[in-house]
Design a binder for this molecule. Structure first.
Ligand SMILES: Cc1cc2nc3c(=O)[nH]c(=O)nc-3n(C[C@H](O)[C@H](O)[C@H](O)COP(=O)(O)OP(=O)(O)OC[C@H]3O[C@@H](n4cnc5c(N)ncnc54)[C@H](O)[C@@H]3O)c2cc1C
Length: 295
């Protein structure tokens, strides 16, 4: 199938040359050649199959809190799992099930409402469940991967399949969930007293808010913390005031975040990343690894 026919075959859900900036937290970057928001797993599989036949690259976007879209945009197909079919959260005993497109905060609050604990340390991380699983979102106080029983994916042959606990690996801001699409996951949580859960939610919220850019800022986290070290501390030591390229600046609240002023480009952000990486290399001998996914 020719790529031209993708929009003709799926006129209700596929658009050409769709701007991606509004769908990322940095609010910058160019369009997707093709963009789709399928309404069901079947429709998702059909679009993926058509994209495969047309040899198009396929990417999934969560809420775009960890993605940098180049100024020229991306070729191929970008998918978002915004339809209700991908956003459900269901609780059964100690098990919580969430769609890959569900907001992480919806999963945490629904669990907390049922007195289920575990995920509350993740409060304040802007993410979908799929995006959080892909990069094992969290920090030293807890990571999403700890609570995962199994994950439903769309595999390379466009079939829905469950990946069980023993087959899953979660590291620091990484996982082996490299399947084309994360459809959802099942978590096993622990019952706890409501006041204890609320207390931990409040603590996580206060800690994150104090160490992140303001929520009204267009921002992204830049580098992974190297083993035993903090990227922000290495940058503070190295940057010495030079913390801005074009309209992209390091956050004053945490120097491991970039804040994009209106009019900032992906090129500004990329140059800031390069600059910080070489400064930190010079001052500490450490090569920082990107945490942000560069498309
Ligand atoms: C202010 C701020 C604070 C943050 N704090 C933290 C923190 O404390 N800890 C932390 O770990 N991170 C943090 N982050 C980074 C970010 O929130 C996480 O990486 C988050 O998990 C990204 O989720 P997302 O849904 O936005 O995914 P996106 O950014 O949209 O995508 C990230 C990657 O996952 C892939 N992906 C997304 N959804 C799916 C899916 N359904 N199937 C397959 N692949 C998918 C994308 O293709 C991409 O490669 C922070 C970011 C910001 C801006």
């Amino acid at each position: 199938m020719m790529a031209m026919t993708l929009a003709q075959t799926f006129p209700d859900i596929v658009r050409a040359a769709a701007p991606l900036a509004p769908h990322t937290l940095l609010k910058l970057g160019g369009p997707a050649e093709w963009f789709a928001e399928p309404r069901s797993v079947e429709e998702l599989a059909a679009v993926m199959r058509a994209a495969g036949e047309a040899k198009l690259a396929v990417r999934v976007l969560g809420i775009g809190s960890n993605v940098l879209v180049p100024d020229d945009g991306v070729s191929g197909l970008v998918l978002r799992l915004t339809a209700p079919a991908f956003g459900k959260v269901e609780i059964d005993g100690r098990r919580a099930r969430a769609g890959g497109g569900a907001a992480l905060i919806a999963l945490i609050s629904e669990a907390a409402r049922r007195n289920l604990a575990g995920l509350e340390t993740l409060v304040g991380i802007p993410a979908t469940v799929g995006g959080a699983l892909r990069v094992n979102a969290g920090d030293r106080s807890g990571e999403i991967g700890q609570y995962v029983r199994r994950v439903e994916v769309l595999d390379g042959s466009h079939r829905a399949a469950w990946r069980e606990h023993d087959d899953l690996r979660f590291g620091v801001n990484e996982s082996n969930l490299d399947d084309p699409v994360i459809l959802g996951a099942e978590f096993e949580l622990e019952f706890d007293k409501p006041e204890a859960i609320v207390k931990r939610i409040r603590r996580a919220w206060i800690m994150r808010k104090a160490s992140q850019p303001y929520t009204f800022e267009a921002a992204a986290k830049l580098f992974r913390d190297p083993r035993g070290l903090q990227a922000s501390a290495l940058i503070d030591k190295a940057a010495l005031g030079k913390t801005k390229v074009g309209k992209a600046a390091l956050s004053e609240r945490n120097s491991n975040y970039v804040v994009a002023a209106p009019g900032a480009t992906a090129r500004d952000v990329l140059r800031l990343i390069d600059l910080m990486r070489s400064k930190v290399k010079d001052s500490s001998g450490v090569t920082l690894e990107s945490e942000i996914t560069i498309w």
